[in-house]
Design a protein around this ligand. Sequence first.
Ligand SMILES: [Zn+2]
Length: 98
Amino acid sequence: MAVPKQKHTKSRRDKRRSQIFLKKPGLTKCPKCGKPVLPHVICWNCGYYKGSEVVDVLKKLTKKEKKAKEKEMKAKEEAEKKEAKKEKSLTWQELSKR
Ligand SMILES: [Zn+2]
């Protein structure tokens, strides 16, 4: 059996081990629901990919879970609508007054 000729210092050992760690995945935001998702992968929260529904997320849920999920999605959509309205209400004249 091969035997090490010299002892490696603590510094050398620790420098080697400093490279041993898990990398964080490069997450992006889902344009539909805003949850963090992996790039080039469908969003498992809303089932959308590239702007169209690919998977029916509600299909496998129980009745209770379904209701909660639908409620959550509706709230999200309404919040988006409100934001859009706020942005629209500001015309250039209003902006110039500020
Ligand atoms: Zn989503």
